[in-house]
Design a protein around this ligand. Structure first.
Ligand SMILES: *[C@@H]1O[C@H](CO)[C@@H](O)[C@H](O)[C@H]1NC(C)=O
Length: 290
């Protein structure tokens, strides 16, 4: 028993908490270039920190063709990400709370699994490594009525990426009766919420609990759980971001909890990896220190 406990604590201590980057931003826009560059710089500054980067090309798979027609805009970026040894690329697919057909979701998974190399815009053409390492299944409804659907998509993803990372996103703790999903995935996003108490489009009245370190008490199996906190500000009019001290406290608590991965953004998800204090430079630095 004691030996088992030692083994378990050793496993927890050695599993390094990673970042889960929901950088849903087109790579060729001006802010996209800034944010993706800042993310690559953060990977280089912290070569031991795992980065799980969600690749979301215009809403994700399934695409009209196996390789989406705009892949030339993405190829060099995907190659750059793939050249970082601790970075894994996770293909985005929304399940729309099981409303999307199983066939569509499975086709999307198979498409990502087929990405190998592709040229970008360079002349003469350069082949980039566009390989995807796992799947992020968004908008998962963990009501036990959907258990069969969720099991089927998670199993299909795991089969397509046997040594990759499969992440399910219900955005809250898995409902009673669906706990077996946790065994099928590498991680479940068990907390996805706003930090701010200011209600708005992403933080709807009555629809969320503002994040605080006590929110972490709801986690039941942290090594297989991820945390996403967005809208990290105190006031919106005029805008006042939350403090760096608050960010430090949150990152410390999340890392101490030993979650699979996490991320915090100052404002929304798209195009906000440079605004302070929760920019990718700072979140990565604090995570690496944590
Ligand atoms: C993030 O913020 C820190 C200071 O708070 C700053 O040094 C760094 O340059 C910022 N990163 C980006 C990409 O703007």
């Amino acid at each position: 028993m004691r030996f088992l406990q030692l083994l378990i604590s050793a496993a927890v201590a050695s599993a390094k908490v990673g970042l889960l980057l929901p950088l849903y931003e087109y790579p060729t826009t001006l802010s996209g270039i800034d944010d993706w560059t800042a993310s690559l710089d953060a990977m280089d500054a912290h070569p031991d920190l795992p980065f799980h980067v969600i690749i979301n090309n215009n809403g994700g798979a399934p695409y009209a063709e196996t390789i989406p027609s705009n892949i030339k805009d993405w190829a060099k970026l995907l190659g750059d990400l793939n050249s970082r040894s601790k970075t894994s690329l996770i293909g985005y697919i929304s399940t729309s709370s099981s409303a999307r057909s199983l066939d569509d979701v499975k086709r999307g998974i198979d498409q990502y699994a087929a990405w190998k190399t592709h040229e970008g815009w360079e002349e003469p053409p350069v082949q980039h490594n566009i390989q995807i390492d796992g799947i992020f299944l968004d908008e998962i409804d963990t009501n036990p009525h959907q258990l069969k659907y969720n099991q089927e998509v998670a199993k299909h993803a795991k089969k397509a990426f046997p040594s990759g990372t499969v992440i399910l996103n219900p955005g809250s703790t898995v409902e009673e009766g669906s706990e077996s999903l946790v065994d099928l995935a590498d991680s479940v996003v068990a907390i996805e919420t706003c930090y701010t108490k200011v209600e708005g489009a992403r933080c709807p009245k009555g629809g969320y609990t503002p994040f605080g370190t006590s929110s972490l008490d709801s986690l039941t199996n942290p090594v297989k759980e991820s945390v996403l906190v967005h809208d990290f500000y105190e006031a919106s009019d005029p805008f006042k971001a939350a403090s760096l001290e608050t960010l430090e406290g949150i990152v410390k608590a999340v890392v101490a909890k030993g979650v699979h991965s996490f991320y915090i953004t100052t404002f929304g998800y798209t195009g906000d990896f440079s605004s302070r204090p929760a920019n990718v430079t700072m979140v990565a630095r604090l995570a690496a220190q944590g």
